[in-house]
Every structure is written in C-alpha cells, then in structure tokens.
Design a protein around this ligand. Sequence first.
Ligand SMILES: NC(=O)c1ccc[n+]([C@@H]2O[C@H](COP(=O)([O-])OP(=O)(O)OC[C@H]3O[C@@H](n4cnc5c(N)ncnc54)[C@H](O)[C@@H]3O)[C@@H](O)[C@H]2O)c1
Length: 433
Amino acid sequence: MRITMIGSGYVGLVSGACFSDFGHDVICVDKDESKIAALEAGKMPIFEPGLDHLVAANVAAGRLRFTTDLKSAVDGADAVFIAVGTPSRRGDGHADLSYVYAASREIAEAVTGPIVIVTKSTVPVGTGDKVEDIMTELVKDHPVAVVSNPEFLREGAAIGDFKRPDRIVIGTEDERAKQVMRDIYRPLYLNESPIIFTGRRTSELIKYAANAFLATKITFINEIADLCEAVGANVQDVSRGIGLDNRIGKKFLHAGPGYGGSCFPKDTLALLKTSEDYETPVRIIEAVVSVNDNRKRAMGRKVLKALGGEGKGKTVAILGLTFKPNTDDMRDAPSLSIVQSLLDAGVAVRAHDPEGMAAAKALMPEIVYCRDAYEAVQGTDAVVIVTEWDVYSALDLKRVAAAMNAPVMVDLRNVYPPADAARAGFAYSSIGR
Ligand SMILES: NC(=O)c1ccc[n+]([C@@H]2O[C@H](COP(=O)([O-])OP(=O)(O)OC[C@H]3O[C@@H](n4cnc5c(N)ncnc54)[C@H](O)[C@@H]3O)[C@@H](O)[C@H]2O)c1
C-alpha cells in the first residue's frame, strides 16, 4: 500500500513510522519546514520513546520518506491520512477544523486516481460529511471515499499502543474503502486486535466518548481524593479497592493535579459544543470540565498553604512540567496553571523537567530552568512534584531537604510514602491521603 500522512506531529509521525514498519510505503508530509528538515537529518522533532530507532530503521529500508510537498506525496497514493491538529477554537471551545479543511482542499487538488481519505485527527461528528463535500466539489474524475479512523495512542507509549491497540475503529459504509483499510491494518488484526467497522458519524463520536469517559474517571478519583483528605481516608487504597473490581478497572484511577495534555481538555470542550449544537446536554461532562478547571487552580492554593499562606519572598521548585511523563508535550499541562498561580502570589519559581523544558521556556519565560532536580531545589522553600517522571521517584530525600531553605514537599502525584518524606525531615502533603 502507498500511504500518505498529512501532518507529521505526535500522531502523524508515529502512525506513519508504524505503518512503514508494517511494510507499507509511507510519505509523511508537514507544512512546517523545520520539522521536515529535522526528520530528513535523522532528528526527531518530538520526544517519544523508541521513535528515533523506528524512523531510522524504516528510512534505511526505503519505506519511509518526508516532504513538505503535499501534491507530489498525494500523487499515486492508495490512502491519504489527515493527522493535522484540531485545537480548541479561541474564544468558544469548538474544535478548530480549519487545518482539516485546508488539508482536505489541498489533497482534493492533488488527487490523480481512486483514493481513500482517512481522518485520523480527532474531529466532531459530521466533519467527515464536510470533507466529503469538499471532495465531491473539487474531485471530478476519480472515486474518493472519506473514512473516519480515530487514533487512541497515548503519548509516551505511542508506538506500543499503535502496534498493539485495544481496538481499531473504522467509520465508513464504502466497501472499497473497507477493503483498503483492512489491507492497511492487516498486520494488526493478524495479531488479534479487533477491528470495529461502523458508520462514519459513530466512529467520530466513539473517539470523543472514549476521551470524555477517561477524563471522567480521572476527575471522579480526584474528587474522591478530596473527600479522603476531609475524612481521613487514603485514596490510593480506595483506588485499589475499587479498581480490582473488573467492572471498574484499575487504570485512570490515580488521583493527581487534574487532567491536562493535548487531548482531554480540548476534546471534552468540543464534545460539550457538539452537545449544545444538538440540544442534547451531557451534564456529566459539563461537571467534569468545571471540576477539572477548578482543580488546577486549587493546586496552586495547596502549594501556597504549604508555604504558610504567604508567597511573597518565597521560592518554589517544580519537578516535572509536561502533562505526563515520557513526553515533551506541554499543551494544557497542569504545571502551567500551578506556576501561574504561584507567580501571581509573588513566588519565584525554579523548575526541572527531563524533556519538556524547551517547550516550557516558550510558555513560561519568567521561571528559572535547572539542570536536574537537585539544582532546582537549591535554596527553595518548597518542592512540588507535578509530573511523576521516573527520575523523581528515587531522589535522595535527605540531600534534597539539606539543599532547601525549608524542607516542605507537596507531592501532587503521591510518589513518596509519607513516612519516607517524614524520615527525611519534610513537612509533607500529598493528594488524598
Ligand atoms: N497527541 C496525541 O496524543 C493524540 C492522540 C490521539 C489523537 N490525537 C489527535 O490527532 C490530531 C493531531 O494531533 P497531534 O498531537 O499529532 O498534533 P501536532 O500539532 O503534534 O501535529 C499536527 C501537525 O500537522 C501539521 N499540519 C497542519 N496543517 C497541515 C497541512 N495542511 N499540511 C501538512 N501539515 C500540516 C502541523 O505543522 C503539525 O506538525 C489531533 O486531532 C489530535 O486531537 C492526538
């Protein structure tokens, strides 16, 4: 199969590299010349574990190429995947589909034969219909099918997720397109990953329903954590106690500072907008969005409380800036709200993150970036663990305490047992225990 991937970001690049690893002939396209130049020079524009080796092996095998020239990349392709961004539209929270429609028009103008257009970007219900309208208007001589194929990979574990997905969802009624999609994903269903064929609108909604459900699970345990603090219970034990019930499941039951990242915040908002447009409220998700927004701000207040209620003249070390470990993605990371609320209260902030500092510097130029955790805590009045990177899980706590002005730790990921922190001399607070 000849596959063209439009958009070589977190999803496009991982999907393109994995498809080439299955043996398909793949071209990844991006408008961003610096991204393509980096890829051509063998440098990864994003941090994703294992991606550099996967890309290098498939480039060397001649199955994976990169270009900024969409027209030549679409020429002769069996399938063109759209994997461009769909961020929240500024002001109203609707998904901004301008990149999807712009890419669709460019693809339509470049089509030279029968083709299947596959939307991998997360797009609201009905977007596939509009992409199809664009194709009908601009492509006269060739059959074009428009398919929805949402992506469920997680940053930080993206290659494993792509190669061993829980399921593959394909939304189309077109028999030719179904066959092309079967051929593309054959290596996966030989491994017994289930493929769900469904209508295009249903497929589009499955992605939003999945992300909204996961955001709900996180928000649920976060509220239970607050209740644990109030009643003197332990949220980690509650999570275990409920998660071992197969009907509930263990995953996404880790209490923390609130969900962030490039998907849940924008996708929950976009689902609310769809529900408004169709006058069908999804009140659970309304509550989830509002509880999560409040929570991120509350985390800033929690740190101030640990500082004794006064921020002026104090310095805080933040460990972990990305929204989760093993990525460099800073989009909607809880650290952004926490740092902002500390700066607003007059606190000086020092920070470390293993992979996210380059992106963080552009978003938070006011803070001091450090080489490692030990440099970050130097002379500070509190240390806050915001992201549970492995490197923060076995710190020499006595060394950390000794480097600080005052040994205060706010552990927003429950990395340390309270007794260990106390033994090192910390005034320690965590989430829900
Ligand atoms: N990041 C994730 O974990 C994840 C997981 C599942 C689904 N998704 C969805 O996948 C989509 C892409 O997300 P991402 O995180 O990869 O975004 P991203 O911002 O990392 O990448 C998008 C890329 O598309 C490029 N682009 C935009 N318009 C283009 C055009 N006309 N031609 C060529 N390139 C173009 C941009 O330059 C950018 O490099 C979004 O809809 C997102 O919701 C993301």
